[in-house]
Design a protein around this ligand. Structure first.
Ligand code: ATP
Ligand code: PRP
Ligand code: NIO
Ligand code: MG
Length: 579
Protein backbone atom coordinates (compact mmCIF):
# COMPACT_ATOMS: atom_id res chain seq x y z
CA UNK A 1 0.00 0.00 0.00
CA UNK A 2 3.03 2.26 -0.32
CA UNK A 3 1.62 3.88 -3.41
CA UNK A 4 -1.53 4.92 -1.57
CA UNK A 5 -3.69 2.68 -3.75
CA UNK A 6 -5.95 -0.01 -2.36
CA UNK A 7 -4.96 -3.63 -3.07
CA UNK A 8 -7.70 -3.86 -5.68
CA UNK A 9 -6.61 -0.64 -7.35
CA UNK A 10 -2.99 -1.83 -7.36
CA UNK A 11 -3.97 -5.07 -9.05
CA UNK A 12 -5.98 -3.16 -11.61
CA UNK A 13 -3.08 -0.82 -12.26
CA UNK A 14 -0.77 -3.72 -12.84
CA UNK A 15 -3.24 -5.52 -15.06
CA UNK A 16 -3.94 -2.55 -17.32
CA UNK A 17 -1.79 -2.66 -20.44
CA UNK A 18 -0.27 0.63 -21.48
CA UNK A 19 -2.35 2.38 -24.14
CA UNK A 20 -1.18 1.77 -27.66
CA UNK A 21 1.59 4.15 -28.58
CA UNK A 22 2.25 5.19 -25.00
CA UNK A 23 5.91 5.79 -24.41
CA UNK A 24 5.98 2.78 -22.12
CA UNK A 25 5.68 0.36 -24.96
CA UNK A 26 8.13 -2.47 -25.23
CA UNK A 27 11.09 -1.24 -27.22
CA UNK A 28 11.16 2.04 -25.38
CA UNK A 29 12.31 0.61 -22.09
CA UNK A 30 15.74 1.92 -23.11
CA UNK A 31 18.56 -0.34 -22.00
CA UNK A 32 21.03 2.50 -21.90
CA UNK A 33 19.16 4.48 -19.27
CA UNK A 34 17.96 7.09 -21.71
CA UNK A 35 15.00 9.19 -20.77
CA UNK A 36 12.01 7.20 -22.08
CA UNK A 37 10.46 10.09 -23.94
CA UNK A 38 13.51 10.41 -26.17
CA UNK A 39 12.59 8.13 -29.07
CA UNK A 40 12.21 8.11 -32.81
CA UNK A 41 8.74 9.66 -32.83
CA UNK A 42 9.95 12.60 -30.77
CA UNK A 43 10.30 14.54 -33.97
CA UNK A 44 8.39 16.98 -36.14
CA UNK A 45 5.89 15.55 -38.57
CA UNK A 46 7.66 17.16 -41.49
CA UNK A 47 10.72 14.99 -40.93
CA UNK A 48 8.54 11.93 -41.55
CA UNK A 49 6.85 13.45 -44.59
CA UNK A 50 10.24 14.45 -46.03
CA UNK A 51 11.51 10.94 -45.35
CA UNK A 52 8.61 9.60 -47.40
CA UNK A 53 9.28 12.02 -50.23
CA UNK A 54 12.99 11.08 -50.21
CA UNK A 55 12.00 7.43 -50.24
CA UNK A 56 9.58 7.98 -53.11
CA UNK A 57 12.22 9.73 -55.16
CA UNK A 58 14.69 6.94 -54.42
CA UNK A 59 17.01 9.06 -52.36
CA UNK A 60 17.22 6.64 -49.51
CA UNK A 61 20.78 5.58 -50.32
CA UNK A 62 22.05 9.11 -50.73
CA UNK A 63 24.63 9.85 -48.10
CA UNK A 64 24.06 13.22 -46.51
CA UNK A 65 26.29 15.16 -44.19
CA UNK A 66 24.58 17.48 -41.72
CA UNK A 67 26.29 20.00 -39.48
CA UNK A 68 24.74 21.01 -36.19
CA UNK A 69 25.78 24.48 -35.13
CA UNK A 70 24.41 27.71 -33.73
CA UNK A 71 24.68 31.24 -35.04
CA UNK A 72 24.94 33.46 -31.99
CA UNK A 73 26.13 32.94 -28.45
CA UNK A 74 23.41 33.31 -25.81
CA UNK A 75 23.08 35.82 -22.96
CA UNK A 76 24.92 38.59 -24.86
CA UNK A 77 28.04 36.54 -24.29
CA UNK A 78 30.81 35.36 -26.52
CA UNK A 79 31.01 31.70 -25.59
CA UNK A 80 28.80 28.65 -25.22
CA UNK A 81 29.33 25.39 -23.34
CA UNK A 82 28.53 22.39 -25.47
CA UNK A 83 26.35 19.83 -23.66
CA UNK A 84 23.91 17.03 -24.41
CA UNK A 85 26.16 14.80 -26.51
CA UNK A 86 25.81 11.66 -24.40
CA UNK A 87 22.03 11.80 -24.81
CA UNK A 88 22.46 12.11 -28.59
CA UNK A 89 24.56 8.95 -28.63
CA UNK A 90 22.02 7.08 -26.53
CA UNK A 91 19.35 8.26 -28.93
CA UNK A 92 21.31 6.76 -31.82
CA UNK A 93 21.65 3.52 -29.88
CA UNK A 94 17.88 3.39 -29.48
CA UNK A 95 16.89 4.76 -32.88
CA UNK A 96 14.19 2.43 -34.21
CA UNK A 97 10.48 2.64 -35.08
CA UNK A 98 8.44 0.10 -33.14
CA UNK A 99 5.39 -1.59 -34.52
CA UNK A 100 3.13 0.67 -32.50
CA UNK A 101 5.04 3.75 -33.75
CA UNK A 102 4.44 2.63 -37.31
CA UNK A 103 0.80 1.83 -36.62
CA UNK A 104 0.40 5.33 -35.26
CA UNK A 105 2.11 6.90 -38.29
CA UNK A 106 -0.35 5.02 -40.50
CA UNK A 107 -3.17 6.87 -38.74
CA UNK A 108 -1.70 10.33 -39.34
CA UNK A 109 -0.19 10.03 -42.82
CA UNK A 110 -2.47 10.04 -45.86
CA UNK A 111 -3.73 6.67 -47.15
CA UNK A 112 -1.76 7.28 -50.35
CA UNK A 113 1.49 6.56 -48.47
CA UNK A 114 2.71 3.23 -49.78
CA UNK A 115 2.86 0.24 -47.46
CA UNK A 116 6.49 -0.44 -48.40
CA UNK A 117 7.47 2.86 -46.83
CA UNK A 118 6.27 1.56 -43.46
CA UNK A 119 8.34 -1.60 -44.01
CA UNK A 120 11.29 0.66 -44.75
CA UNK A 121 10.70 2.69 -41.55
CA UNK A 122 10.50 -0.55 -39.57
CA UNK A 123 13.89 -1.61 -40.91
CA UNK A 124 15.70 1.57 -39.92
CA UNK A 125 18.34 1.95 -37.25
CA UNK A 126 21.44 4.11 -36.85
CA UNK A 127 23.91 1.48 -38.02
CA UNK A 128 24.66 3.33 -41.25
CA UNK A 129 25.12 6.65 -39.52
CA UNK A 130 28.39 8.19 -38.36
CA UNK A 131 28.46 11.01 -35.85
CA UNK A 132 31.41 13.30 -35.22
CA UNK A 133 31.28 15.75 -32.35
CA UNK A 134 33.13 18.14 -30.14
CA UNK A 135 33.53 16.56 -26.67
CA UNK A 136 30.77 17.46 -24.22
CA UNK A 137 31.83 20.26 -21.88
CA UNK A 138 33.96 22.05 -24.50
CA UNK A 139 33.59 25.80 -24.87
CA UNK A 140 32.34 26.44 -28.40
CA UNK A 141 31.52 29.27 -30.78
CA UNK A 142 29.07 30.26 -33.51
CA UNK A 143 29.16 28.56 -36.90
CA UNK A 144 31.45 25.76 -35.76
CA UNK A 145 29.81 22.39 -36.39
CA UNK A 146 29.43 20.85 -32.94
CA UNK A 147 28.01 17.67 -34.35
CA UNK A 148 28.38 16.37 -37.88
CA UNK A 149 26.15 13.49 -38.85
CA UNK A 150 26.72 11.46 -41.97
CA UNK A 151 24.40 8.76 -43.22
CA UNK A 152 21.46 7.92 -45.48
CA UNK A 153 19.62 11.15 -46.21
CA UNK A 154 16.16 10.13 -44.90
CA UNK A 155 17.63 8.64 -41.73
CA UNK A 156 19.72 11.69 -40.83
CA UNK A 157 16.79 13.93 -41.71
CA UNK A 158 14.59 11.99 -39.27
CA UNK A 159 17.15 12.71 -36.54
CA UNK A 160 17.32 16.48 -36.97
CA UNK A 161 14.71 17.67 -34.52
CA UNK A 162 15.61 15.26 -31.76
CA UNK A 163 19.33 16.02 -31.93
CA UNK A 164 18.61 19.74 -31.83
CA UNK A 165 16.27 19.24 -28.90
CA UNK A 166 18.88 17.25 -26.99
CA UNK A 167 21.63 19.81 -27.56
CA UNK A 168 19.72 23.05 -27.40
CA UNK A 169 18.54 23.39 -23.81
CA UNK A 170 21.46 21.34 -22.47
CA UNK A 171 24.00 23.76 -23.95
CA UNK A 172 21.90 26.81 -23.10
CA UNK A 173 21.46 26.00 -19.43
CA UNK A 174 25.04 24.75 -19.05
CA UNK A 175 26.19 28.08 -20.48
CA UNK A 176 23.86 29.95 -18.17
CA UNK A 177 25.25 28.01 -15.22
CA UNK A 178 28.82 28.74 -16.33
CA UNK A 179 27.99 32.44 -16.43
CA UNK A 180 26.51 32.31 -12.92
CA UNK A 181 29.64 30.43 -11.86
CA UNK A 182 31.92 33.15 -13.25
CA UNK A 183 29.83 35.84 -11.57
CA UNK A 184 29.87 34.03 -8.23
CA UNK A 185 33.63 33.46 -8.11
CA UNK A 186 34.40 30.60 -5.77
CA UNK A 187 31.18 30.82 -3.74
CA UNK A 188 29.04 27.73 -3.48
CA UNK A 189 26.25 27.55 -6.08
CA UNK A 190 23.17 25.40 -5.55
CA UNK A 191 20.49 24.82 -8.16
CA UNK A 192 17.00 25.19 -6.62
CA UNK A 193 15.00 25.19 -9.87
CA UNK A 194 12.81 22.09 -9.75
CA UNK A 195 9.62 23.96 -8.81
CA UNK A 196 10.16 26.62 -11.47
CA UNK A 197 11.44 24.55 -14.39
CA UNK A 198 9.61 23.81 -17.62
CA UNK A 199 8.11 20.52 -16.51
CA UNK A 200 9.75 17.50 -14.90
CA UNK A 201 12.03 16.77 -17.82
CA UNK A 202 13.20 20.38 -18.00
CA UNK A 203 13.97 20.26 -14.31
CA UNK A 204 16.05 17.10 -14.55
CA UNK A 205 17.95 18.45 -17.53
CA UNK A 206 18.53 21.70 -15.65
CA UNK A 207 20.02 19.91 -12.64
CA UNK A 208 22.24 17.77 -14.83
CA UNK A 209 23.56 20.48 -17.12
CA UNK A 210 23.89 23.16 -14.43
CA UNK A 211 26.22 20.77 -12.65
CA UNK A 212 28.31 20.55 -15.84
CA UNK A 213 28.31 24.35 -15.99
CA UNK A 214 29.83 24.62 -12.53
CA UNK A 215 27.07 24.39 -9.93
CA UNK A 216 28.05 22.45 -6.84
CA UNK A 217 24.79 20.72 -6.08
CA UNK A 218 21.06 20.56 -6.59
CA UNK A 219 18.01 20.38 -4.37
CA UNK A 220 16.47 17.90 -6.86
CA UNK A 221 16.65 14.50 -5.20
CA UNK A 222 15.84 12.48 -8.31
CA UNK A 223 18.58 14.29 -10.24
CA UNK A 224 20.95 13.39 -7.42
CA UNK A 225 19.99 9.74 -7.70
CA UNK A 226 20.00 9.58 -11.49
CA UNK A 227 23.11 11.62 -12.23
CA UNK A 228 25.14 11.34 -9.03
CA UNK A 229 25.01 15.07 -8.37
CA UNK A 230 25.50 16.22 -4.75
CA UNK A 231 22.06 17.01 -3.26
CA UNK A 232 21.78 19.89 -0.82
CA UNK A 233 19.04 21.79 0.94
CA UNK A 234 17.85 23.92 3.83
CA UNK A 235 14.22 24.29 4.95
CA UNK A 236 11.26 26.41 3.91
CA UNK A 237 9.19 29.18 5.48
CA UNK A 238 6.35 26.69 5.92
CA UNK A 239 8.48 24.78 8.38
CA UNK A 240 8.90 27.91 10.51
CA UNK A 241 5.30 29.03 10.34
CA UNK A 242 4.00 25.56 11.17
CA UNK A 243 5.21 25.94 14.79
CA UNK A 244 3.19 28.00 17.23
CA UNK A 245 5.21 27.79 20.44
CA UNK A 246 7.45 25.67 22.65
CA UNK A 247 4.49 23.49 23.58
CA UNK A 248 4.76 22.05 20.06
CA UNK A 249 7.98 20.31 21.02
CA UNK A 250 7.11 16.82 22.13
CA UNK A 251 10.74 15.85 22.44
CA UNK A 252 12.89 18.24 24.45
CA UNK A 253 15.92 15.96 24.71
CA UNK A 254 19.11 15.87 22.69
CA UNK A 255 22.01 13.46 23.09
CA UNK A 256 25.43 15.20 23.16
CA UNK A 257 27.84 14.40 20.36
CA UNK A 258 30.05 12.33 22.66
CA UNK A 259 27.08 10.04 23.40
CA UNK A 260 26.57 11.16 27.01
CA UNK A 261 23.07 11.00 28.48
CA UNK A 262 20.47 13.20 26.74
CA UNK A 263 19.97 16.71 28.10
CA UNK A 264 16.99 19.07 28.05
CA UNK A 265 17.84 20.97 24.87
CA UNK A 266 14.91 23.40 25.10
CA UNK A 267 15.95 24.60 28.54
CA UNK A 268 19.54 24.95 27.32
CA UNK A 269 18.31 27.23 24.53
CA UNK A 270 16.12 29.30 26.85
CA UNK A 271 19.04 29.80 29.25
CA UNK A 272 21.18 31.17 26.44
CA UNK A 273 18.52 33.34 24.80
CA UNK A 274 18.77 36.32 27.15
CA UNK A 275 22.52 36.67 26.80
CA UNK A 276 22.38 36.25 23.04
CA UNK A 277 19.75 38.99 22.77
CA UNK A 278 21.80 41.28 24.97
CA UNK A 279 24.89 40.69 22.83
CA UNK A 280 22.97 41.52 19.68
CA UNK A 281 21.16 44.50 21.19
CA UNK A 282 17.73 42.95 20.81
CA UNK A 283 14.98 42.57 23.42
CA UNK A 284 14.15 38.93 23.83
CA UNK A 285 10.47 39.86 23.49
CA UNK A 286 11.26 40.96 19.92
CA UNK A 287 12.32 37.47 18.94
CA UNK A 288 9.54 35.14 17.86
CA UNK A 289 9.25 32.14 20.12
CA UNK A 290 7.45 30.16 17.42
CA UNK A 291 10.49 30.64 15.20
CA UNK A 292 12.82 29.56 18.01
CA UNK A 293 10.61 26.48 18.40
CA UNK A 294 10.99 25.62 14.71
CA UNK A 295 14.75 26.04 14.88
CA UNK A 296 14.95 23.79 17.98
CA UNK A 297 12.85 21.18 16.20
CA UNK A 298 15.13 21.25 13.16
CA UNK A 299 18.29 21.20 15.28
CA UNK A 300 17.13 18.19 17.30
CA UNK A 301 16.36 16.39 14.03
CA UNK A 302 19.70 17.39 12.45
CA UNK A 303 22.14 18.39 15.19
CA UNK A 304 25.07 18.00 12.80
CA UNK A 305 23.40 19.84 9.93
CA UNK A 306 21.56 22.77 11.46
CA UNK A 307 20.96 25.56 8.95
CA UNK A 308 18.06 27.96 9.60
CA UNK A 309 15.97 30.11 7.28
CA UNK A 310 15.99 33.39 9.21
CA UNK A 311 13.81 35.80 7.25
CA UNK A 312 10.30 34.63 8.13
CA UNK A 313 9.72 37.45 10.64
CA UNK A 314 12.69 39.76 11.03
CA UNK A 315 16.20 38.71 10.07
CA UNK A 316 18.20 40.80 12.53
CA UNK A 317 15.76 41.09 15.44
CA UNK A 318 14.40 37.57 15.46
CA UNK A 319 15.84 35.07 12.95
CA UNK A 320 19.52 35.58 13.68
CA UNK A 321 19.17 35.82 17.51
CA UNK A 322 17.09 32.63 17.46
CA UNK A 323 19.60 30.88 15.23
CA UNK A 324 22.54 31.95 17.46
CA UNK A 325 20.71 30.75 20.56
CA UNK A 326 20.20 27.28 19.09
CA UNK A 327 23.70 27.19 17.58
CA UNK A 328 25.26 27.96 20.98
CA UNK A 329 23.16 25.31 22.70
CA UNK A 330 24.30 22.81 20.08
CA UNK A 331 27.87 23.92 20.61
CA UNK A 332 27.61 23.11 24.30
CA UNK A 333 26.67 19.57 23.34
CA UNK A 334 29.67 19.30 21.02
CA UNK A 335 27.88 20.02 17.71
CA UNK A 336 28.66 22.71 15.15
CA UNK A 337 25.76 24.46 13.45
CA UNK A 338 26.12 25.20 9.74
CA UNK A 339 24.55 28.62 9.23
CA UNK A 340 21.56 30.54 7.93
CA UNK A 341 19.65 31.27 4.74
CA UNK A 342 18.35 34.68 3.67
CA UNK A 343 15.44 34.64 1.21
CA UNK A 344 14.31 38.27 1.02
CA UNK A 345 15.37 41.85 1.49
CA UNK A 346 18.67 43.49 0.60
CA UNK A 347 20.98 40.52 0.47
CA UNK A 348 24.20 42.58 0.50
CA UNK A 349 23.20 44.66 3.50
CA UNK A 350 21.63 41.80 5.41
CA UNK A 351 24.54 39.41 4.85
CA UNK A 352 26.96 42.01 6.19
CA UNK A 353 24.77 42.80 9.16
CA UNK A 354 24.33 39.10 9.90
CA UNK A 355 28.10 38.58 9.74
CA UNK A 356 28.52 41.40 12.29
CA UNK A 357 26.08 39.60 14.57
CA UNK A 358 28.00 36.37 14.16
CA UNK A 359 31.25 38.15 15.04
CA UNK A 360 29.70 39.61 18.19
CA UNK A 361 28.50 36.17 19.26
CA UNK A 362 31.87 34.58 18.46
CA UNK A 363 33.60 37.21 20.65
CA UNK A 364 31.14 37.20 23.52
CA UNK A 365 30.92 33.41 23.81
CA UNK A 366 34.54 32.83 22.84
CA UNK A 367 33.77 30.51 19.95
CA UNK A 368 35.78 32.04 17.08
CA UNK A 369 34.40 29.63 14.47
CA UNK A 370 30.94 31.14 14.97
CA UNK A 371 32.08 34.23 13.08
CA UNK A 372 32.29 32.02 10.01
CA UNK A 373 28.84 30.48 9.95
CA UNK A 374 27.70 29.90 6.39
CA UNK A 375 25.36 32.50 4.92
CA UNK A 376 23.19 31.15 2.10
CA UNK A 377 21.19 33.60 -0.02
CA UNK A 378 18.28 32.98 -2.35
CA UNK A 379 15.35 34.91 -3.84
CA UNK A 380 15.09 35.52 -7.55
CA UNK A 381 18.84 35.86 -8.03
CA UNK A 382 20.13 36.36 -11.56
CA UNK A 383 23.54 36.91 -13.11
CA UNK A 384 23.28 40.69 -12.77
CA UNK A 385 22.34 40.39 -9.10
CA UNK A 386 25.56 38.43 -8.54
CA UNK A 387 27.64 41.11 -10.27
CA UNK A 388 25.86 43.82 -8.33
CA UNK A 389 26.39 42.02 -5.02
CA UNK A 390 30.10 41.74 -5.82
CA UNK A 391 30.25 45.47 -6.41
CA UNK A 392 28.42 46.28 -3.21
CA UNK A 393 30.42 43.82 -1.10
CA UNK A 394 28.64 41.04 0.74
CA UNK A 395 29.18 38.17 3.16
CA UNK A 396 27.30 35.45 1.30
CA UNK A 397 29.02 32.05 1.08
CA UNK A 398 26.48 30.16 -0.94
CA UNK A 399 23.74 31.03 -3.44
CA UNK A 400 20.57 29.02 -4.03
CA UNK A 401 19.30 29.82 -7.52
CA UNK A 402 16.14 28.66 -9.24
CA UNK A 403 13.98 30.59 -11.67
CA UNK A 404 16.54 32.63 -13.61
CA UNK A 405 18.92 29.72 -13.91
CA UNK A 406 16.66 26.94 -15.10
CA UNK A 407 14.23 28.94 -17.22
CA UNK A 408 17.13 30.88 -18.75
CA UNK A 409 14.87 33.89 -18.40
CA UNK A 410 17.41 36.18 -20.05
CA UNK A 411 17.32 34.09 -23.22
CA UNK A 412 15.05 31.07 -23.26
CA UNK A 413 16.34 29.29 -26.41
CA UNK A 414 19.59 28.84 -28.25
CA UNK A 415 19.09 29.14 -31.99
CA UNK A 416 20.81 25.93 -33.02
CA UNK A 417 20.45 24.93 -36.63
CA UNK A 418 21.09 21.68 -38.38
CA UNK A 419 21.90 22.25 -42.02
CA UNK A 420 22.53 19.96 -44.89
CA UNK A 421 26.11 20.86 -45.75
CA UNK A 422 26.83 18.11 -48.22
CA UNK A 423 24.43 15.64 -49.64
CA UNK A 424 25.87 13.58 -52.42
CA UNK A 425 24.11 10.29 -53.03
CA UNK A 426 26.02 7.16 -52.28
CA UNK A 427 26.01 6.89 -56.01
CA UNK A 428 26.83 10.53 -56.27
CA UNK A 429 29.52 10.16 -53.61
CA UNK A 430 31.32 7.73 -55.84
CA UNK A 431 31.13 10.22 -58.58
CA UNK A 432 31.56 13.38 -56.70
CA UNK A 433 34.05 12.40 -54.08
CA UNK A 434 36.21 10.94 -56.67
CA UNK A 435 35.67 13.63 -59.24
CA UNK A 436 34.45 16.92 -57.91
CA UNK A 437 33.86 16.76 -54.16
CA UNK A 438 30.69 18.68 -54.61
CA UNK A 439 29.05 20.13 -51.61
CA UNK A 440 25.90 22.03 -50.82
CA UNK A 441 25.43 25.60 -49.76
CA UNK A 442 22.42 27.47 -48.48
CA UNK A 443 22.36 31.11 -49.47
CA UNK A 444 20.70 33.93 -47.66
CA UNK A 445 20.36 37.69 -47.95
CA UNK A 446 21.83 37.71 -44.49
CA UNK A 447 25.52 36.86 -44.92
CA UNK A 448 25.72 35.28 -41.48
CA UNK A 449 23.14 32.71 -42.54
CA UNK A 450 25.08 31.39 -45.49
CA UNK A 451 26.18 27.87 -44.58
CA UNK A 452 29.75 26.62 -44.88
CA UNK A 453 29.59 23.91 -47.53
CA UNK A 454 31.15 20.48 -47.46
CA UNK A 455 32.77 18.37 -44.78
CA UNK A 456 35.17 20.30 -42.65
CA UNK A 457 37.98 19.59 -40.22
CA UNK A 458 37.88 21.93 -37.28
CA UNK A 459 40.95 22.95 -35.32
CA UNK A 460 41.40 25.09 -32.26
CA UNK A 461 44.67 26.99 -32.33
CA UNK A 462 46.19 27.88 -28.97
CA UNK A 463 48.79 30.52 -28.15
CA UNK A 464 52.12 29.54 -26.64
CA UNK A 465 50.63 30.55 -23.26
CA UNK A 466 47.79 28.07 -23.74
CA UNK A 467 45.00 30.52 -24.60
CA UNK A 468 42.50 29.58 -27.30
CA UNK A 469 43.23 31.99 -30.19
CA UNK A 470 40.94 31.02 -33.01
CA UNK A 471 38.90 28.10 -34.38
CA UNK A 472 39.86 27.25 -37.92
CA UNK A 473 37.79 25.20 -40.36
CA UNK A 474 39.53 23.54 -43.27
CA UNK A 475 38.52 21.30 -46.14
CA UNK A 476 39.27 17.63 -45.45
CA UNK A 477 42.15 17.31 -47.94
CA UNK A 478 44.12 20.22 -46.48
CA UNK A 479 47.24 19.77 -44.38
CA UNK A 480 46.32 20.21 -40.72
CA UNK A 481 47.77 23.28 -39.02
CA UNK A 482 50.76 22.67 -36.76
CA UNK A 483 53.13 24.63 -34.58
CA UNK A 484 55.87 24.55 -37.19
CA UNK A 485 54.33 27.15 -39.50
CA UNK A 486 51.97 30.08 -39.53
CA UNK A 487 48.59 29.54 -41.06
CA UNK A 488 46.31 32.04 -42.80
CA UNK A 489 42.92 32.33 -41.09
CA UNK A 490 40.16 34.17 -42.88
CA UNK A 491 36.82 35.53 -41.80
CA UNK A 492 34.34 33.37 -43.72
CA UNK A 493 32.54 36.33 -45.28
CA UNK A 494 34.52 39.53 -44.83
CA UNK A 495 37.33 39.62 -47.33
CA UNK A 496 39.54 42.11 -45.52
CA UNK A 497 39.47 40.26 -42.22
CA UNK A 498 42.33 37.78 -42.14
CA UNK A 499 45.32 37.02 -40.02
CA UNK A 500 48.33 34.78 -39.91
CA UNK A 501 48.40 32.63 -36.79
CA UNK A 502 51.45 30.79 -35.44
CA UNK A 503 49.91 28.39 -32.96
CA UNK A 504 51.63 27.04 -29.88
CA UNK A 505 49.44 23.94 -30.03
CA UNK A 506 46.65 22.70 -32.25
CA UNK A 507 43.64 20.61 -31.26
CA UNK A 508 41.38 18.72 -33.64
CA UNK A 509 37.96 19.59 -32.20
CA UNK A 510 35.68 16.84 -33.48
CA UNK A 511 36.07 13.15 -32.73
CA UNK A 512 34.26 10.20 -34.26
CA UNK A 513 31.74 9.24 -31.56
CA UNK A 514 29.49 6.84 -33.43
CA UNK A 515 29.86 4.59 -36.43
CA UNK A 516 28.73 1.10 -37.51
CA UNK A 517 26.15 1.04 -34.75
CA UNK A 518 28.68 1.50 -31.93
CA UNK A 519 29.84 4.28 -29.64
CA UNK A 520 33.52 4.84 -30.43
CA UNK A 521 34.76 6.95 -27.52
CA UNK A 522 34.88 6.62 -23.76
CA UNK A 523 31.90 8.53 -22.36
CA UNK A 524 33.03 10.54 -19.35
CA UNK A 525 31.05 10.81 -16.12
CA UNK A 526 29.19 14.02 -15.33
CA UNK A 527 31.99 15.00 -12.96
CA UNK A 528 34.57 14.50 -15.68
CA UNK A 529 32.51 16.59 -18.11
CA UNK A 530 32.24 19.29 -15.44
CA UNK A 531 36.02 19.20 -15.04
CA UNK A 532 36.47 19.47 -18.80
CA UNK A 533 34.17 22.50 -18.85
CA UNK A 534 36.25 24.20 -16.17
CA UNK A 535 39.46 23.50 -18.06
CA UNK A 536 38.03 24.48 -21.40
CA UNK A 537 36.71 27.78 -20.04
CA UNK A 538 40.09 28.43 -18.45
CA UNK A 539 41.71 28.43 -21.90
CA UNK A 540 39.51 31.34 -22.91
CA UNK A 541 40.93 34.85 -22.41
CA UNK A 542 39.17 36.97 -19.80
CA UNK A 543 38.02 39.56 -22.31
CA UNK A 544 35.97 36.89 -24.14
CA UNK A 545 34.29 35.97 -20.86
CA UNK A 546 33.59 39.36 -19.26
CA UNK A 547 29.95 40.13 -18.57
CA UNK A 548 29.76 43.49 -20.35
CA UNK A 549 30.64 43.82 -24.04
CA UNK A 550 32.95 40.81 -24.25
CA UNK A 551 35.36 40.52 -27.18
CA UNK A 552 34.12 38.09 -29.85
CA UNK A 553 36.23 34.97 -30.27
CA UNK A 554 37.41 34.45 -33.82
CA UNK A 555 36.08 31.62 -35.94
CA UNK A 556 37.83 31.38 -39.27
CA UNK A 557 38.11 29.37 -42.45
CA UNK A 558 41.24 28.43 -44.35
CA UNK A 559 42.09 30.21 -47.59
CA UNK A 560 41.04 27.07 -49.44
CA UNK A 561 37.66 26.83 -47.74
CA UNK A 562 37.17 30.58 -48.21
CA UNK A 563 37.71 30.24 -51.94
CA UNK A 564 35.53 27.15 -52.15
CA UNK A 565 32.73 28.82 -50.22
CA UNK A 566 32.78 31.97 -52.31
CA UNK A 567 33.04 30.15 -55.63
CA UNK A 568 30.05 28.05 -54.66
CA UNK A 569 28.24 31.13 -53.53
CA UNK A 570 28.76 32.81 -56.91
CA UNK A 571 27.83 29.62 -58.76
CA UNK A 572 24.60 29.32 -56.83
CA UNK A 573 23.50 32.94 -56.54
CA UNK A 574 21.18 33.90 -59.37
CA UNK A 575 22.22 37.00 -61.34
CA UNK A 576 19.52 39.61 -61.14
CA UNK A 577 18.41 41.80 -64.03
CA UNK A 578 17.78 45.52 -63.80
CA UNK A 579 15.24 47.10 -66.06
N1 ATP B 1 21.77 44.06 -2.54
C1 ATP B 1 21.11 43.72 -3.63
N2 ATP B 1 21.49 44.20 -4.82
C2 ATP B 1 20.81 43.88 -5.93
N3 ATP B 1 19.74 43.09 -5.94
C3 ATP B 1 19.32 42.58 -4.77
C4 ATP B 1 19.98 42.86 -3.57
N4 ATP B 1 19.34 42.23 -2.59
C5 ATP B 1 18.31 41.56 -3.14
N5 ATP B 1 18.29 41.77 -4.45
C6 ATP B 1 17.34 41.26 -5.44
O1 ATP B 1 16.27 42.16 -5.42
C7 ATP B 1 15.02 41.50 -5.54
C8 ATP B 1 14.17 41.79 -4.31
O2 ATP B 1 12.96 41.17 -4.50
P1 ATP B 1 11.60 41.76 -3.97
O3 ATP B 1 11.48 43.17 -4.41
O4 ATP B 1 10.54 40.83 -4.37
O5 ATP B 1 11.87 41.82 -2.42
P2 ATP B 1 11.69 40.72 -1.37
O6 ATP B 1 12.74 41.03 -0.40
O7 ATP B 1 11.66 39.37 -1.95
O8 ATP B 1 10.30 41.10 -0.84
P3 ATP B 1 9.30 40.21 -0.04
O9 ATP B 1 9.70 40.37 1.37
O10 ATP B 1 8.00 40.82 -0.40
O11 ATP B 1 9.46 38.80 -0.56
C9 ATP B 1 15.34 40.03 -5.67
O12 ATP B 1 15.36 39.71 -7.04
C10 ATP B 1 16.73 39.91 -5.10
O13 ATP B 1 17.50 38.87 -5.67
O1 PRP C 1 13.92 32.51 -6.21
P1 PRP C 1 14.48 31.42 -7.02
O2 PRP C 1 15.79 31.78 -7.68
O3 PRP C 1 13.50 30.84 -7.98
O4 PRP C 1 14.92 30.24 -5.98
C1 PRP C 1 14.11 29.32 -5.43
C2 PRP C 1 13.08 29.92 -4.51
O5 PRP C 1 12.22 28.90 -4.16
C3 PRP C 1 12.04 28.88 -2.76
O6 PRP C 1 10.92 29.46 -2.25
P2 PRP C 1 9.65 29.96 -3.03
O7 PRP C 1 10.01 31.15 -3.86
O8 PRP C 1 8.96 28.84 -3.70
O9 PRP C 1 8.76 30.43 -1.85
P3 PRP C 1 9.04 31.63 -0.90
O10 PRP C 1 10.11 32.47 -1.50
O11 PRP C 1 7.74 32.30 -0.82
O12 PRP C 1 9.46 30.97 0.35
C4 PRP C 1 13.28 29.55 -2.21
O13 PRP C 1 13.06 30.08 -0.97
C5 PRP C 1 13.65 30.54 -3.24
O14 PRP C 1 13.07 31.77 -2.97
O1 NIO D 1 16.69 23.69 0.16
C1 NIO D 1 16.29 24.83 -0.04
O2 NIO D 1 16.57 25.78 0.68
C2 NIO D 1 15.42 25.09 -1.24
C3 NIO D 1 15.10 24.12 -2.13
C4 NIO D 1 14.31 24.40 -3.21
C5 NIO D 1 13.85 25.66 -3.41
N1 NIO D 1 14.17 26.61 -2.55
C6 NIO D 1 14.95 26.35 -1.47
MG1 MG E 1 11.08 33.08 -3.32
Amino acid sequence: MLSGLSKKEEEMEMATPPPQGSFNDSHISHKNNQNGIVQSLLTDLYQVTMAYAYWKSEKRHEIAVFDLFFRKNPFKGEFTLFAGLEECLKYLQNFRFSESDINYLRTILPPSVEEEFYDYLGSLDASEVSLYAVPEGTVVFPRVPLITVEGPLPVVQLMETTLLNLINYASLVATNAARFRMAAGNKQLLEFGLRRAQGPDGALSASRYCYIGGFDGTSNVLAGKMFDIPVRGTHAHAFVTSYVGLQDLKNRLLTPLDGDSPTDFVSACLELREEVCKTLDVLHEETKESELTAFIAYATAFPKGFLALVDTYDVLRSGVPNFCTVALALHRLGYRAIGIRLDSGDLAYLSKAVRQHFRKIADRFEVPSMANFTIVASNDINEDTLHSLNQQGHEIDSFGIGTHLVTCQRQPALGCVFKDSESPTLYWVFQLVEVNKQARIKLSQDMDKVTLPGKKNIYRLYSHEGHALIDLMQRPHEQPPDNERRVLCRHPFEESKRAYVSPGTVQLLQKLYWTKGEIQEYLPSLKEIRERAIQSLATLREDHKRALNPTPYKVAVSADLYQFLHDMWLDNAPIGELS
